[in-house]
Design a binder for this molecule. Structure first.
Ligand SMILES: *Cc1c(COP(=O)(O)O)cnc(C)c1O
Length: 420
């Protein structure tokens, strides 16, 4: 059976490698479950966007929430990639990794006053505003600090991204952004505020888009809106189209960053501003795998279950979004396949990675890689069921190193306050 190969993860002599590293070595050295990231895959994705966009002036602002690991943020910093933030915590993490504040945009419907203040003090490029009340708040805080805050208005373009309902953000019924007609008024108000400087216009319609059509549709709509504002005497140097490009999880094949970049370049025509993209998943998703070990097999009635040592606390996407991740034994098996459910050890029925999937026969002790786990994997991990969060390892060429320690058992109650 020929096995799916994703990006920099491929078989060599029947063993799954990440770049030039035998993944079994990592499992032996650091145990499982462990997240592994390929630096090469991340650099390839960045280069893809750059190549596709070509001469379009642009800034890539990595959406930190997809994976906030310092080692990954440092790769972004070195590659000249900025950051898209959802909190002051992410801002501090990105600054700590060496990403300059001027290359950061701050998104989110619920920015706190202390977060706005911290963003202004640091000198971020712009706040992507999501309500009139937030505009008032930013203006007031900036004036008090004697500064001007860069702003953009996040438009809700009412475009259906055709993705999972939980990650659709650009429909009128979603909480995100401001409807087009209200946005123009808001820009007019912002123009006369001493604490703000209009820098851009923004949108983000959803995540994990398999078809980049809706993203291009949003681009066209935003170009029209930008032109209307410019004709009204409101300069808009930055056009921020958000993130959202999907990756390959299973059989679906979305546009690559390069292809999406090319399609955007065509759409943008003689665009005279600077484009901002906020990719998260498409920079790191296929760069990561979660290594796990088979604990048991069991048969309940009709179904055979393969039980892993990784669970929904480590990777929640299947339970939360119904996501299907490809699972490969680290050593390819030429034998017959079987139909099984692959599950974790957590006390929840939703702790299922594969339901009735056809896999090579897996025995206790076998090690597997859950593919495409680099985005929204470790970032959404928890200690549910008293399980310390996994270790993280970074591969570069033929080398690998631990970039985050596995949590210890003591970490489970480290912050608890015990009775005197
Ligand atoms: C989550 C998010 C992103 C990143 O989305 P991906 O699907 O990971 O590319 C970008 N911008 C905003 C505003 C977001 O909320």
């Amino acid at each position: 059976m020929s096995r799916i190969q994703l990006g920099t993860y491929a078989d060599r002599n029947g063993v799954l490698h990440g770049e030039s590293v035998d993944l079994r070595e990592i499992a032996d050295r650091f145990g499982t479950p462990t997240y592994v990231y390929s630096a090469g895959a991340i650099r390839e994705a960045i280069a893809g966007y750059r190549k596709g966009l070509g001469t379009v002036p642009h800034r890539i602002c990595y959406s930190v929430k997809a994976n906030p690991c310092q080692a990954i943020l440092r790769i972004m910093a070195r590659e000249g990639v900025g950051a898209d933030l959802t909190s002051v915590g992410e801002m501090k993490a990105a600054l700590h990794a060496g990403i300059p504040a001027e290359q950061m945009v701050f998104s989110g419907v619920g920015k706190r006053r202390d977060e706005i203040e911290a963003g202004i003090e640091a000198g971020i490029l712009m706040f992507n505003l999501e309500s009139p009340a937030e505009l008032e708040c930013v203006d007031e805080i900036a004036q008090r600090l004697g500064k001007r805050a860069g702003i953009a208005v996040r438009i809700n373009p009412n475009i259906n991204p055709q993705t999972h309902p939980k990650i659709s953000t650009g429909l009128s019924k979603n909480k995100f952004g401001i409807p087009t007609d209200q946005a123009i008024d808001l820009y007019r108000r912002a123009q006369h505020m001493p604490g703000v400087e209009i820098r851009g216009i923004a949108c983000h319609i959803g995540s994990s888009l398999i078809d980049s059509g809706p993203l291009l549709e949003a681009c066209t709509l935003m170009l029209g809106l930008r032109k209307r504002l410019i004709d009204d005497g409101i300069p808009i140097p930055y056009l921020d189209l958000g993130g959202g490009l999907g990756i390959q999880y299973h059989k679906e094949v979305p546009d690559s960053p390069q292809r999406y970049g090319e399609r955007l370049r065509e759409r943008l025509g003689d665009f005279d501003g600077t484009l901002i993209l906020e990719p998260g998943r498409s920079l790191v998703g296929n760069a990561g795998v979660l290594l796990s070990t088979v604990l048991y097999r069991k048969v309940n009635g009709e179904r055979t279950f393969v039980i892993l040592d990784a669970g929904m606390n480590d990777l929640i996407r299947p339970a939360m979004y119904g996501a299907e991740h490809e699972i490969l034994p680290l050593r390819a098996d030429e034998g017959p396949t079987e139909v099984v459910d692959v599950v974790g050890p957590i006390c929840e029925t939703s702790d299922t990675f594969v339901s009735q999937g056809e896999l090579p026969r897996l025995e206790p002790g076998d090690r597997v890689a859950i593919l495409s786990a680099g985005a929204y994997g470790m970032a959404m991990a928890s200690q549910y069921n008293g399980r310390p969060r996994p270790a993280e390892v970074l591969i570069e060429g033929n080398r690998f190193r631990l970039v985050r320690k596995r949590e210890s058992i003591e970490d489970l109650w480290r912050l608890d306050i015990e009775e005197e």
